[in-house]
Design a protein around this ligand. Structure first.
Ligand code: ATP
Ligand code: MG
Length: 413
């Protein structure tokens, strides 16, 4: 019986994994250079963790199940709520601010398509304990640096949910659904929901005007004509972002899908990804008090690791591979030689199929190995190895003691 892989999940071949690990490595280097340190949390949590504040959109997409003791658990749809739970329970006495980063799989029951999966990976950071614009400036510039390092073409949009939320304050708990419709850019849905709520034309116009305010810094002047919101915080933040030479669009329509954002929000969009163009999202939020802790400001972002990887050409340099081929009866020596070479830092493969020399050599060619090292009676007697450079085809005899030096020199060519 053939068993299919679950819908919306993927298997990864070695080439793909090598590329993903290379991207992961680069991202780790950058976040660590900013003083962030990695944390990990469980793959599943009590489902209420996500129900408290992540918002309806996320809850509808969640994988929820009951364990054998009747607990309601959920596969994590994101990592910010788990990290804030961890912070409240175990890390709240660490010196502030706390700089955490994570790389982990997330699960959402979505309609699968390119760039949208039911299991996907997020690489993100949380900067916990500061309510200053400087904290937002740090995470935005960090996200920008990470994406830049991957040579991706993207746009950065910065907004502030405070402006929309203050306009929506009259709507009470209905505001979060309105925010969600704005996030999804569902203009028809928004119109009919606002009508359903009996929102007056004036307010409707104001909401639509704010969500369409988009452009350079100069739109702050337009915004000030629509709302009496204080833009001081945003201006100070943009001063820093400008001084770092980071390009952005100020976009007051950025609403974010998750409900817990309170202040600055931002999204990075890649060109050419269509509906799946959002490659990173973040902002400042307050979750600690909802999980039983003291009110603590925090800011962070999550990069959609899979979407980012799909934008990058596979160009990881593969390490050289040596195949030890041997005549029948020389298995022990072949295994020993291979082990010595591995200890000298090479990738070494030995036949485990009891094949003849010719078949071993043709396998070495098939897997694109760089060298074949021949082990047989003559080699042992003369204390030298025949090395076949599979890239050029030439075959050379090398004294045993010169072998590793020879391989190292050859590989540098
Ligand atoms: P979208 O609007 O595309 O559904 P989102 O607002 O739900 O994204 P976030 O919750 O902000 O996304 O998650 C952070 C990042 O994780 C996104 O910017 C995106 O790149 C990535 N992401 C979200 N959902 C998926 C998914 N189902 N498959 C792959 N990547 C995803
Ligand atoms: Mg989504």
């Amino acid at each position: 019986m053939k068993i299919e892989r679950p819908r919306g999940t993927r298997d990864f071949l070695p080439e793909e994994m090598e590329k993903r690990r290379a991207v992961e490595k680069k991202l780790r280097e950058i976040v660590e250079s900013y003083g962030y340190r990695e944390v990990a949390t469980p793959t599943f949590e009590h489902s209420e963790l996500f129900k408290i504040k992540s918002g309806e959109g996320i809850v509808e997409e969640m994988y929820v199940f009951e364990d054998k003791s009747g607990r309601e658990l959920a596969l994590r749809p994101e990592l910010t709520a788990p990290i804030m739970r961890f912070f409240v329970n175990d890390c709240s006495s660490l010196p502030r601010p706390i700089r955490f980063y994570y790389f982990g799989n997330c699960f959402r029951y979505e309609r699968p398509q390119k760039g949208r999966y039911r299991e996907f990976w997020q690489f993100g950071v949380e900067l916990i304990g500061s309510d200053s614009y400087l904290a937002d400036a740090e995470v935005i510039s960090l996200a920008d640096k990470m994406l830049k390092s991957l040579n991706i073409e993207y746009e950065l949009h910065i907004g502030h949910v405070g402006i929309l939320r203050s306009a929506l304050s009259l709507l009470g708990d209905k505001a979060s659904k309105v925010m969600r419709l704005i996030d999804k850019r569902d203009e028809e849905g928004l119109e009919s929901y606002l009508n359903e709520l009996g929102v007056e034309e004036d307010l409707k116009d104001k909401i639509k005007a704010i969500m369409n305010l988009k452009g350079g810094r100069e739109i702050i002047e337009d915004a000030k004509r629509i709302t009496d919101y204080n833009f001081h915080y945003i201006e100070k933040l943009l001063d820093i972002i400008d001084s770092l030479g980071i390009k952005y669009t100020l976009n007051l329509g950025v609403a974010r899908g998750l409900d817990y954002y309170t202040g600055i929000v931002f999204e990075f969009y890649a060109k050419d990804l269509g509906a799946q163009k959002q490659i990173c999202g973040g902002g400042s939020y307050e979750l600690a008090q909802l999980f039983g802790g003291v009110r603590t400001p925090a800011t962070g972002f999550a990069i959609g690791f899979d979407r980012v990887c799909e934008l990058i050409e596979a160009k990881t340099k593969r390490k050289a591979v040596i195949v030890v081929v041997y005549f029948k009866g020389f298995e022990k020596i072949a295994f020993e030689v291979a082990e010595d070479l591995r200890n000298s830092g090479f990738i070494v493969v030995v036949d485990v199929m009891e094949r003849n020399l010719k078949k071993q050599l043709s396998y070495a060619n098939d897997i694109n190995a760089d060298f074949a090292l021949i082990v047989g009676e003559e080699e042992i007697r003369k204390e030298e190895f025949s090395v076949k450079d599979l890239r050029s085809g030439e075959q050379i005899s090398i004294p045993k003691e010169d072998l590793t030096t020879f391989l190292h020199v050859r590989l540098k060519r």
